[in-house]
Design a protein around this ligand. Sequence first.
Ligand code: HEM
Length: 493
Amino acid sequence: MSQINSTDFKKQKNLIALWSYTFLIIFPLLIILGLLMRLNQGEVIDLGIDNFYVVMTLHGLGMAGLLYSMAFGALWYLLASRYVKLNIKVGYFIYTTVIIGVVGLVIATLIGKFGAGWYLLYPLPFKGTFWPGWATALSIISLILLGIAWLIGNIHVVYALARNFGGLANIIGWQYLGRKKVDTELPPVVLIAAISLIPGVIAFLAGAVFLIMFLLQNFEPGLNFDNLLVKNLIFFFGHTLVNITLYCCLGWVYALLPEYSGREWKVNKLLVYSWNATFFFILFAYFHHLYMDFVQPKPLHIAGQLASYFSAIPATAVTMFGVISQIYRSKIRWTIVPTTFLLGVAGWAIGGFAAVVDSTIAINKILHNTLWVPAHFHTYMLTGVVLFLLGFLFHLTQTKDEQVKDKLSITGFWTFLIAAHCFVASFYAGGLNSIPRRYSDYTGIPMASTHSTGATLAAISTIFIYILLIGLLIMYFSIFKNLRQWYKNPSKT
Ligand code: HEM
């Protein structure tokens, strides 16, 4: 551990407080957009087709961007306050650029009616759209800003870690693979940060390439890029972004859970092998998004299926085994923080399993583009990543004794979690009943039973969305109060 001086610590504290407030305010607003979509699909309200896709685009881009930014911000704080000096000016540059990008996206969607979905499927944003050209241009520029901020952030953290721990090979743990005894132990959070952020750099570069192609196309409509190439770039970028959001969070689960269980969680050969394997496989797993693109060379489909299977096994198995050995007979006090970590890992495992099912080519033929797809990623984002983030915020702002006394937050947490699982269950049930995804409503489906099943499931799911919002609100009473006190109190770390 490195010692951070009090002035630098105060600056890092200000930055994480800013990220936390931003996350806490925007997150429920994006949930409300999700609620509007489900109300529309349930035929309770009528948004109109155009508005549905506007809402879907802002919700999808917003959630993915917000959760990644907050996960990155939290990891940054943890690394900066314990292990490595990170430049606060770079931190503020990232925050400001992200906020400008978000404002741009809000204007492009809510005012400009940009509604191409998060994946901006080429050449969709340029052909026969119901929104003006400036909204497409603003969306692209905003996404470029977000990409620049994240790219610089990842490079800065990886560079600082590599400098501090003796090189790139050391931060991905290769010193553990030789015969020599390791002199300086590598904290697991550093290993996982490196394994998350280095593929992030590659993914953000791929994002930059397709966004620049989009920008050129926007100014020169005569251009024509290869559709398959663009789709590969987009899905490599999007899939990796979501994957590394989860891994950033796992970094602090490895770092913080031992503080509750009282047991060490150290880097060893097995951990290094499994996280290095994950590093390799996450780069290729995205091919499972392109099974229906028949022009994609067949070996890449097979690589996609294999990489999806293999990417799920090492990190998941080792992390779960690690979590079990952390808590088994450990006399851990089940306050909100270890509870969110344990159940967050469970959400990750459930959603991950559903993803692996869908990445099986024979099954994908049936589940492709049904509600099974949002089912699996909502599971590991809403009942995985969001739990890890809440756990981080409670850990940051409450002592263990305060957590024991805070019964209200635990009540809010269980309300949120049970409702969240019921909400995603409506997506799984939709997938199993062949309800298509990304339909504004199901009235156009000529099969009466499919139409009514889709609408009924959507309407029922809104009840759970209201309940999970209530659960969140209950936790907010405590989080906001504690965050304010923590921020004002200079002695609290
Ligand atoms: C209670 C919270 C949430 C609700 C009510 C909700 C609701 C929805 C709905 C109804 C859809 C459209 C499904 C379809 O028919 O295809 C959707 C799509 C999506 N949601 Fe959520 N969601 C929630 C949380 C999240 C979270 C935490 C994430 C984090 C990444 C997320 C990311 C997305 C994405 C990326 C899409 C796809 C957008 C697209 O296809 O362009 N959502 N959500």
